[in-house]
Design a protein around this ligand. Structure first.
Ligand SMILES: [Zn+2]
Length: 453
C-alpha cells in the first residue's frame, strides 16, 4: 500500500496501479467461476497467476530502485522518508549542485550553509517548496519538474534558490536591510488599504452612520435619506449584514426587521426597557440587563471596541468588482517596484524570494528598481561576497545606500573590484567592522513560509 501510494506519486498514473487493477479483475473472475463450479479444478487460474507474476516483478523492480531514506550531499542532509527513487533524487541533487556552484561563484557559499541544513523530499499540497526556518529545511515537492519555469531554465533550480531567498529575507537581512526592502511595499500597502476602505464599511463609517441615526431621533430610514452613491450602499449594507448577522434591515432600502425595530427603539426609549426589566427582575438586575443589551446591539452594529479598526461588512460582489477593476492604484504601486514575476507581486516576501533568484543568477535581467532595491537591502546587511560586488548596479546601490542611510562613508569614487574584494567575503574579517557589528545580526527564527514556489 505504501509503495503504490508513494510511487510515482499520488498525482501520476502508475504502472503498478494498473497491474494491481488487472490482478484484482483476474481474481474476481476466478472467484465468479469458482462460485458456479462443481469441481474447483476446472477453474482457469492461468490469468490470475500471470497477472500476479507481472505485478510482483514490477513491484520488485520498483523496490530495487528505492532511494536511501537519508544521506548527505555536498554538506547538506537529504531526507527522503518515502524512499523515492533516483529519478526524483536526481533532480534534487542536480539543483543542490547548481545552488552550491552559484553561491560559490558569487563568493557567498558560507551563507548557503548557514541558512540551509536539509532538503526534505515528499509530496506537498499546493506548493513546489517551503522553507522551514526552525530547522533550516527546504521541503521540496517531488512532482516538481524542470519545465514550466518563469525565470530560470530549470524550475527545480529556481524553486530551491527561491526558497533560500526566504531565509535571506527573514533571517539573514539585518534590521536595516529588511526595513529598506519593506519600505518599497509601503505604497502598495497604502493603495491596498485605500481600496479596502472603499469596498468595506469601516469602523469610522459605522460610527458616523450611528451618529446620524441618533441625530434623526433614532429613525434609520430618515437618517439614510441624505446618503448618496457609495455611502448609501455602505449604509444599507451595514444595516443588512451586521456583525453576528441578526439582520436589522432589508438590503435594497431601509425597512427594519422586527429585530431592527427592537434595536432602535431600545436606543430611543431606554427608560421603557429599564422599567420592563425592573418589573420582571428587580432594579439591580435591570441595570446589568440594560448594559448587556446595549453591548449586544452595539456589537451587532460593529460599534464596540472589539470591532474598532475592523472593516466590515463588505459591499456586494458587483460593486466590489467594479471598484477594484476601475482602481489601478495598487497595480501602479506594484509596477513601480519592478517586480520580476507575477508571483512576486503576491506580497513582500514572495517579491524578495523571486527577485533574489534573478539577482543571484542574472541580475541584468532584473528591472533597475528591483536590482537597486535588492542591492541596497543586501548591502545594508553586510552581504559583501566579492563577485556580487562586481556587479556595477550593486556598486551604485551601495554608494547610494551609504549616502542615504548615513551609516557608512561611501566607497571612494572610482572604487573598482579590488576595493570591494578588500572588504572580504561574508564571514571573513572585514575592513568595516562597524557595519558587521551593528547590523549583521540574526533575528529570531520565524515560522515556516508556505508559498507556491
Ligand atoms: Zn515563496
Amino acid at each position: 500500500m505504501w509503495l503504490s501510494w508513494s510511487w510515482p506519486g499520488p498525482r501520476g498514473e502508475s504502472r503498478l496501479m494498473d497491474l494491481r487493477k488487472a490482478m484484482h479483475t483476474s481474481a474476481l473472475d476466478v472467484l465468479s467461476q469458482a462460485h458456479g463450479a462443481e469441481n474447483p479444478s476446472t477453474v482457469d487460474v492461468a490469468g490470475l497467476v500471470s497477472d500476479t507474476r507481472e505485478y510482483v516483478t514490477a513491484l520488485n523492480d520498483l523496490l530495487k530502485q528505492a532511494g536511501p531514506a537519508k544521506f548527505t550531499y555536498q554538506g547538506f542532509l537529504i531526507l527522503n522518508p518515502l524512499r523515492l527513487p533516483d529519478s526524483v533524487l536526481g533532480k534534487v541533487l542536480d539543483a543542490v549542485a547548481y545552488m552550491v556552484s552559484l553561491f560559490k561563484g558569487r563568493g557567498v557559499e558560507p551563507l548557503l550553509h548557514e541558512g540551509l541544513n536539509a532538503i526534505q523530499i515528499g509530496w506537498l499540497i499546493g506548493a513546489a517548496g517551503y522553507y522551514h526556518a526552525q530547522d533550516k529545511t527546504i521541503a521540496f515537492d517531488a512532482s516538481t519538474s524542470a519545465s514550466g519555469s518563469t525565470m530560470l531554465k530549470n524550475f527545480v533550480h529556481e524553486v530551491l534558490v527561491h526558497e533560500f531567498g526566504h531565509y535571506v529575507h527573514m533571517t539573514y537581512l539585518s534590521p536595516a536591510g529588511k526595513e529598506s526592502w519593506e519600505s518599497g511595499w509601503e505604497y502598495v500597502d497604502q493603495a491596498r488599504s485605500a481600496v479596502e476602505e472603499r469596498v468595506f464599511v469601516t469602523s469610522q463609517d459605522r460610527h458616523r452612520f450611528f451618529g446620524m441615526i441618533e441625530r434623526s431621533g433614532w429613525s434609520p430610514a430618515r437618517a439614510g435619506k441624505g446618503l448618496k452613491g457609495l455611502d448609501r450602499l455602505k449604509y444599507l449594507m451595514w444595516l443588512y449584514k451586521t456583525q453576528g448577522n441578526p439582520v436589522t434591515s432589508t438590503p435594497q432600502q431601509v425597512r427594519l426587521t422586527d429585530y431592527g425595530r427592537d434595536v432602535f427603539s431600545f436606543f430611543a426609549n431606554p427608560d421603557r426597557y429599564r422599567s420592563e426589566f425592573a418589573e420582571a427582575n428587580g432594579p439591580e438586575k435591570a441595570e446589568r440587563m440594560m448594559e448587556r443589551r446595549e453591548r449586544t446591539y452595539k456589537g451587532n452594529l460593529g460599534l464596540t471596541s472589539y470591532y474598532d479598526g475592523k472593516n466590515y461588512p463588505l459591499l456586494d460582489e458587483d460593486t466590489v468588482g467594479e471598484i477594484r477593476s476601475s482602481d489601478s492604484t495598487v497595480d501602479d504601486a506594484l509596477d513601480a517596484l519592478g517586480i520580476p514575476t507575477t508571483y512576486g507581486r503576491t506580497n513582500v516576501k514572495e517579491d524578495f524570494a523571486e527577485t533574489f533568484v534573478l539577482f543571484m543568477v542574472n541580475p541584468s535581467a532584473l528591472s533597475e528598481q528591483a536590482r537597486l532595491r535588492m542591492g541596497r537591502a543586501l548591502w545594508l546587511s553586510g552581504f559583501t561576497g566579492k563577485p556580487v560586488m562586481r556587479l556595477s548596479a550593486l556598486r551604485v546601490a551601495s554608494r547610494w545606500a551609504a549616502r542615504t542611510a548615513g551609516l557608512l562613508e561611501p566607497p571612494p569614487h572610482g572604487a573598482g573590484q579590488a576595493d570591494f574584494r578588500g572588504r572580504g567575503s561574508l564571514f571573513a574579517p572585514t575592513t568595516t567592522p562597524s557595519l558587521r557589528g551593528r547590523y549583521r545580526q540574526f533575528p529570531e527564527l520565524g515560522p515556516s513560509l508556505p508559498c507556491s514556489t
